[in-house]
Structure formats: C-alpha cells, structure tokens
Design a protein around this ligand. Structure first.
Ligand SMILES: O=C(O)CCC(=O)C(=O)O
Length: 268
C-alpha cells in the first residue's frame, strides 16, 4: 500500500496522517489477545505507572517477544507508507505499547516531542523517523486520545528538559515549557487522534503531543512503532536494545495476510 498524494501532503502539512480502520477487526482481535499476555510480563521492558505499580504504563519491544506484534511490525500496510514518507529503507528503532488502562490507572503524558531523547541519548542524527501509532482499542474523545499540535513539526527541535521522574524509568520524557506550548497551540490548535480500533496514524517524530489520564472505564491501548531511516541509524549504546535497537538491517515486509492467518488458526 502506498499513501496517495493528498495523504502525503497532509503528513507534511500537519505532521501526521490518520488512516481509519487500516486493520480489520480479526487482526485487531489477535493483537488484543496478545496484549493481555504482554501486560503480565515482569521484566524491565515493562514500565509501571508511578502511582500504581500493578498497572503497566509502557511495554517496550513487544515485536521481539510476541509473534502477533512481530507480524504487525512487518505488515506491508505499515512498512510501505513509512518507507515512502522517509524515502529510504527502514529499521525499527523502538516499539512500545501504551495500554492506558481505564478508571484513572493510565496516567497523563505531559506535552513533549519524542525525538529529543533519541537524539541526545541514542545518537539519532536527524528527526527522520515516523511514530506509527496503531490503535489497539477504540480511541475516542472520552478514552483520553493522543492529543497533537498539528504543524508543530515545522518548528523542529524545541527547547525541552527531561522530566524529573524520567531518570531511571527508561522513557526519558522531555517536557515542553508552558509558554512554548501556549504559543504553538494558539498558532496551530490541538487535535485529538480518534478512530476505531485498527486505525493507524503516521506521525512525524517532532510533532508535539501528550494525553490526559484515562478516567473512562475503558482501556485505550496504542502500539507505537518507531521506524527510523536506515541512513539515519543511531550511534549511541547507552540504553538497552528494547529502547535503542542496534540492528539496522532494513526490514522486509511479510505477507499482508499474516495477522489474518493467525486469526484463522486460532478459530480452527
Ligand atoms: O499514548 C499516550 O497517551 C501518550 C504516549 C506518548 O506520548 C508517548 O509514548 O510518547
């Protein structure tokens, strides 16, 4: 699958393009079942919520230990548009699932760009990677959707500082200060990324984004697949490979039906 001209223009203008229902219901069901097992893992790749250590805040690297998520990460429907947007072969710099559990367990994410820690800690030369956001659950306005400042990528790398809780937690979030956010939001507005489970947003890694805590009763999980251009490979070695993957081999797409086949195998 290739993005059409309008979709590519939208990506460059707004910093993201959202494709509703890119994955079918059966494919989503396979991923949702795999997610439940992932959330039971006890390793360092699972980052816990600060105020509720029983709830997972992030699960890093699921494409390495879950066949369903490996398959997702190599779907032509995701890989080909990302190659097209970056005009290069790609590898996965990182993957992480934010399960954003309901009843307030999934806490807020302050406003930030993803690129700063990848640049300063992982040694990513340029912001030439795409945060491919796969909605594992319905994302509507009541389930605390991802909020973005469209067009904010045009300002490039903004001043930010690591969050006081980031050190040692592994996600190294860099916050945008309030005055900058106000200026950007006044200029560009704020948009919620909403759509049914299976929708996919291709997001530029310098788009300013954040989310509120999820006070709804429902989970709102998103898988973030961070594809980087092979010619933009990272030079740092500080962080573990589930955060800064150092295998820069260009990814080769699988058969686009691989998740459907997993769904069929389960129902037989
Ligand atoms: O999924 C969310 O609510 C926000 C996650 C986020 O901002 C991130 O992982 O960079």
């Amino acid at each position: 699958m290739q993005l059409n001209e309008t979709q590519v223009s939208e990506f460059h203008a707004k910093g993201y393009v959202l494709i509703p229902g890119l994955l079918q219901g059966d494919e989503v069901a396979v991923l949702q079942a795999a997610l439940l097992e992932i959330l039971d893992r006890q390793g360092p790749e699972i980052v816990r919520e600060k105020n509720n250590p029983t709830a997972a805040r992030l699960a890093f690297g699921a494409h390495n230990y879950s066949e369903a998520f490996r398959c997702l990460s190599l779907l032509p429907r995701l890989l080909l548009p990302v190659r097209q947007l970056l005009n290069d072969e790609v590898y996965l710099h990182q993957s992480r699932i934010n399960p954003k559990q309901g009843f307030g367990q999934g806490a807020a994410w302050d406003w930030h760009q993803d690129y700063p820690p990848w640049h300063t800690v992982d040694g990513m030369p340029e912001p030439r990677c795409v945060m491919t956001s796969v909605f594992l659950d319905d994302c509507d306005t009541v389930r605390s959707p991802l909020l973005v400042v469209p067009g904010s990528q045009r300002h490039g790398l903004l001043q930010s500082k690591p969050h006081e809780d980031a050190e040692g937690k592994g996600y190294e979030l860099h916050h945008i200060d309030h005055a900058t956010l106000e200026r950007l939001a006044t200029e560009f507005g704020i948009e919620p990324l909403t759509g049914p489970a299976g929708s996919v947003a291709f997001v530029d890694c310098t788009v300013v984004h954040g989310s509120a805590n999820n006070v709804s009763p429902w989970r709102r999980a998103i898988m973030y697949l961070i594809y980087n251009a092979v010619s933009n490979a990272c030079t740092g070695t500080e962080r573990p490979s589930y955060q800064n993957n150092r295998d820069f081999t260009p990814l080769q797409p699988l058969d686009d039906n691989c998740l459907i086949r997993m769904a069929e195998a389960k129902s037989n």
